[in-house]
Design a binder for this molecule. Structure first.
Ligand SMILES: NC(=O)c1ccc[n+]([C@@H]2O[C@H](COP(=O)([O-])OP(=O)(O)OC[C@H]3O[C@@H](n4cnc5c(N)ncnc54)[C@H](OP(=O)(O)O)[C@@H]3O)[C@@H](O)[C@H]2O)c1
Length: 337
């Protein structure tokens, strides 16, 4: 059984724990929260046996877990992952794993020094069957003429922002904003399906505190461009598309891939949809579980390295997009080019 420790007690951690428990290969061992009653109430939903901590140092030093799942505000991911690696714990950290390339480089350096520790960015859709199938499908296209990818969902936290508050997800202090929160999914799609773009530019709609509420990013490739539309202050019902010569792949939603159709441009269409899990985090959990169950094998290392290489590229593209729009975070003050 893999022993899990968690940081962050919001709904996403519940969904993650439900996924790990579904595999029957994990147990919840340790819970960290800033508030003891919150940690205890959270743990009780799943088990009577988990230890609870309110001090992060003790959590990493004494916690009886091997793997930590970090689902805290974005700006805290780096320091928490760093502390975990130094304590010899494997890390599954929510997207975006790092606020900028400087943090990502530090993580890579730490992983080199602490061989045996695994580190995964939890980009859930990247591990789903539909995502992998699309990667293969796009690879087989003779001609690619670009893509239009959309992911835009009104956030309930925007109500709070409009009421005069600054929720973490709309705060530069916490490395928030539309690009970091939802745009990251589409950057994963672009980098995984088309490779690293040659040039990128981001046109955000900024809110009064300077953070991006929504925006459009253009990723230039040698022979085409990929346009990303994402946001947290409006809802979009647009489908997403990848263009071949005559054929077009249509996705209902580029980040929540539930229905995928290939139109051949000559009157026929084919349903490419693969089985979709009820819990959207199950695929990533299954992938991480198979690696963590065999941590000393070379295949496991290679697999983690491959995923990490994509995470590093996504992190760089995200930073280039963000800085193209003069969007800076508190976490960037430590940034040295
Ligand atoms: N994969 C997905 O589908 C998905 C979906 C949603 C979110 N996410 C990711 O999950 C992460 C958390 O997102 P969220 O919306 O749940 O964030 P959040 O509500 O702002 O914070 C998550 C947790 O962090 C702790 N926290 C909140 N504010 C804090 C502060 N100022 N200092 C220290 N700890 C604080 C809280 O736990 P305690 O009060 O118990 O300490 C809270 O439950 C983000 O990285 C986000 O991108 C992923």
């Amino acid at each position: 059984m893999l022993k899990l420790g968690i940081i962050g007690t919001n709904w996403i951690t519940e969904q993650f724990i439900e996924a790990v428990l579904e595999t029957k290969e994990w147990q919840l061992a340790s819970v960290y929260s800033r508030t003891l009653t919150k940690a205890e109430d959270f743990a009780q939903k799943f088990t009577n046996d988990a230890e609870c901590y309110t001090d992060l140092e003790s959590f990493f030093k004494k916690g009886k877990f091997e793997v930590v799942y970090i689902a805290s505000p974005n700006s805290l991911h780096f320091e928490q992952a760093r502390a975990a690696i130094l304590a010899g714990k494997h890390v599954i950290v929510e997207k975006p794993a790092c606020s900028n390339p400087k943090e990502m480089r530090e993580i890579i350096k730490l992983l080199r020094k602490n061989r045996g520790v695994y580190y995964f960015e939890a980009a859930r859709h990247f591990h789903e069957r539909n995502f992998k199938m699309l990667k293969q499908q796009i690879k087989e296209m003779d001609v690619i003429q670009g893509a239009e990818l959309t992911y835009m969902k009104y956030s309930s936290r925007y109500d709070s922002f409009l009421a005069g508050n600054e929720p973490n997800v709309f705060s530069p202090r916490f490395s928030g904003g539309a690009l970091q929160d939802l745009g990251v999914y589409l950057v994963y799609n672009a980098v995984s399906w088309f490779g690293v773009p040659q040039e990128v530019v981001y046109y955000p709609t900024k809110l009064h505190n300077g953070i991006d509420g929504k925006g459009t990013a253009i990723l230039k490739y040698p022979n085409y461009q990929v346009n990303l539309n994402f946001g947290k202050t409006a809802n979009s019902y647009l489908a997403s598309e990848v263009y071949g010569l005559k054929e077009t792949i249509v996705m209902d939603n580029a980040a929540e891939l539930k229905k995928i159709t290939l139109f051949d441009g000559q009157g026929s269409q084919r349903d490419l949809t693969q089985e979709v899990d009820k819990n959207p985090m199950l695929s990533e959990v299954q992938d991480f579980t198979s690696v963590l169950n065999d941590p000393t094998s070379l295949d496991s290392w290679q697999q983690m390295d491959d995923w990490l290489a994509v995470a590093v590229q996504v992190n760089r593209v995200m930073y280039d997009l963000r800085t193209s729009a003069h969007l800076y975070f508190d976490a960037d003050s430590k940034y040295i080019q």
